[in-house]
Design a protein. Structure first.
Length: 148
């Protein structure tokens, strides 16, 4: 694991290749479009992170809205990283990868699930356990197709 805070990052972000195992912006390298993954739990909504509280974890850049959220993530990143790397849970359940919108989310079984559309979110909410079971079965094969 590599932890680097924004104050330590060079201006060019030359920490290494960005992992495709997490949904990220191809230009900025930010996971979740810069949204704070801890805020889904703490605030119950999508909250933009700030550069002041930025860390690198497992080949992706993560931003947080405050130092407390950054510390919580550093202590237990697997708790806060969205299911399936932030890919659309409904698409993963269908055996395909699709980027998500970090403002469209649901928390199920203590995991954040993200979706590409409001319709996907509504579909998931009708049977979260069923979609999660399908996604869990298909995720390992999809994960093997993504760069590390």
């Amino acid at each position: 694991m590599l932890w680097v805070f924004a104050a330590l990052l060079p201006a060019t972000r030359a920490v290494g290749a960005i992992s495709d195992r997490y949904v990220h912006d191809a230009y900025t390298g930010l996971a979740l479009g810069g949204y704070d993954p801890v805020a889904y739990f703490v605030d119950g909504k999508a909250v933009r992170g700030v550069r002041e509280f930025e860390a690198v974890y497992d080949g992706a850049y993560w931003r947080f809205s405050n130092a407390g959220n950054a510390a919580a993530f550093i202590d237990a990143p697997k708790v806060y990283v969205p299911a399936y790397g932030g890919y659309n849970t409904v698409a993963v359940a269908g055996g395909r990868l699709e980027a998500s919108d970090p403002t469209l989310f649901a928390v199920h079984a203590n995991r954040v699930h993200l979706f590409a559309t409001a319709a996907d979110r509504e579909t998931f909410l009708k049977d979260p356990a069923g979609y999660t079971a399908l996604a869990e079965a298909r995720w390992p094969g999809l994960l093997d197709t993504l760069s590390r």
